[in-house]
Design a protein around this ligand. Structure first.
Ligand code: ATP
Length: 484
């Protein structure tokens, strides 16, 4: 289980410590849009860098691109987003609040499970799993809500509109004299920027199938429901990789990526007990998908998707070939044959991943009758990796501390702090997830040593100044996920 009982705990900490703020907060905020503060921007960048390193540098056959957010409108016709990127919505007539019908049902199931009503929960889950097979999806969802008398979570009313489909793409106009014909969309996923550059990458590099193209960047979705902090945003960041393979080798590649991606989550310090696969049942697969599974994390709001891994067949490239009129075939020289590659996709949301890291790291512990909040995240992700504290504000200590701090800054993000008692300084950096704090005292001036204090165990060790860089490096690399 997560150590956090409610999402609000993370929301408050994120705001108080400068990880994440609501967008335009002084104007009352903009729903489902968030800004990252000084700690958040570092954490997010560290996660993005870790993903990029894993997906590109550690693989000889994966290259990166950085495609524009605006794309030719035909892209979204070819991809199927104009016709089908919809979510089912339903309105509470009394409060006028809007809900995503499927999520309203999921929330209800979650509540039943929490209340120990597992039979009823299972029965409704089954109905949800087969929604769209009895009548249309919207009609089936409506029936489930009505039959089970699911009330509005906010007003408590049972006064619903019909379920309707709602397209999630943001539309805007291009150019000064724009008309309806010049409509463009803010991309709802980064994947299409990879597909439309597949030919360019093939022609400009020496990659050969199997190969991958990775990209990180902003995506925009006009989500129906946006009340779950950075779990579901209208502007968010994705990290996606499309792996192009020969048809027939796709199943093996899919299995390989499932395993690699789960391992990556664990290597980021996420506890195994909070991670699981959730394969999509064959009858729930998108029409183009041959297989799909989510990596789910046990968030404070329940088990939810953090990453999707999909075998997309040759659907995307075939569609782009048809809509653009450009050949998307690959010529396999060794086998002297042509084919349109199949694609295995790994798609993860950076903001959702950041929320996962914060939720998994969070602990509230009793220490000597006092409580401390500590973020036990992987040291490589920590926004501040080392705190440097002169014990008191004395020039000799400040001088040595400044020297130590500037040396460490070459390799780590360091915060120099001389305000307040040492205990308070430790607590401040515990809440920021800082794995090591270095304290400089008067004894150290004599024997050239400092105290290193460890965030997770609060153990302290005396280390010579000359060994400090290596000591931190070694401890960072041998860090083990605390399973508590
Ligand atoms: P969901 O079912 O939660 O709406 P999805 O299946 O539509 O998600 P994908 O289209 O597979 O999501 O997107 C890949 C990843 O992008 C998701 O696993 C998630 O981490 C992230 N993501 C998608 N939508 C959002 C959003 N609105 N806010 C934050 N992250 C998102």
């Amino acid at each position: 289980m997560s150590n956090v009982d409610s999402l609000d705990t993370i929301v408050s900490l994120a705001k108080a410590r400068g990880f994440i703020f609501q967008s335009s907060e002084i104007y009352g905020g903009l729903s489902a849009v968030y800004d990252y503060g000084p700690l958040g921007v570092e954490l997010k960048r560290n996660i993005r860098n870790a993903w990029w390193k894993e997906m590109t540098r550690r693989h000889e056959n994966i290259v990166g691109v950085d495609a524009a957010i605006f794309m030719h409108p035909k892209v979204w016709e070819a991809s199927g987003h104009v016709a089908g990127f919809n979510d089912p919505m339903i309105d509470d007539k009394q409060s006028k609040r809007r809900y995503r019908a499927d999520m309203l049902i999921e929330q209800y199931i979650f509540k039943l499970e929490k209340d120990g009503k597992t039979d009823k929960a299972q029965q409704i889950q089954q109905q949800l799993d087969t929604a769209g097979t009895r009548k249309s999806l919207t009609e089936d969802l409506y029936d489930i809500i009505i039959e089970n008398e699911i009330k509005s979570p906010d007003s408590g009313a049972f006064d619903w509109t019909q379920v309707r489909q709602f397209n999630l793409m943001f539309k805007t106009a291009f150019g000064a004299t724009a008309s309806e014909d010049d409509a463009v969309y803010l991309r709802p996923e980064t994947a299409q920027g990879i597909f439309v550059n597949y030919k360019n990458v093939l022609d400009s590099t020496r990659v050969k199938v199997p190969f991958g193209i990775a990209q990180t960047g902003k995506a925009f979705r006009n989500e129906v429901v946006a009340r779950q902090f950075v779990f579901r945003m209208r502007e968010f960041e994705q990290m996606e990789m499309q792996y192009f393979v020969e048809p027939g080798t796709d199943e093996k590649a899919y299995e390989m990526w499932l395993e690699k991606r789960l391992d990556w989550h664990k290597s980021m310090g996420i506890r195994s007990k909070n991670l699981r696969f959730s394969p999509h049942p064959p009858d729930k697969l998108a029409h183009y998908a041959r297989a799909a599974a989510d990596v789910q994390y046990q968030f404070p709001i329940g088990w939810q998707e953090v990453e999707g891994i999909h075998n997309r067949s040759d659907f995307d490239l075939t569609q782009h070939q048809e809509y653009s009129g450009k050949k998307m075939e690959y010529f396999d020289q060794a086998q002297n044959k042509r084919y349109i590659p199949y694609v295995i996709e790994t798609s993860i949301g950076l903001d959702r991943c950041t929320l996962m890291v914060l939720s998994d790291a969070y602990r509230k512990e009793e220490v000597d009758g006092d409580s401390r909040v500590v973020l036990k995240m992987h040291p490589k992700l920590a926004p501040i990796q080392v705190g440097v504290f002169p014990l008191v504000k004395k020039p000799e200590l400040q001088e040595l501390a400044t020297r130590i701090s500037s040396n460490l800054k070459e390799d780590y993000s360091v915060q120099f702090d001389e305000a307040g008692s040492i205990g308070k300084r430790y607590r401040r950096l515990d809440e920021a997830g800082t794995p090591f704090c270095v304290t400089i005292d008067f004894d150290g001036l004599e024997d050239d040593t400092v105290t290193v204090r460890h965030r997770d165990t609060m153990d302290q060790e005396r280390i010579s100044v000359g060994q400090l860089g290596r000591y931190i490096h070694d401890h960072m690399n041998s860090w083990q996920t605390p399973e508590d």
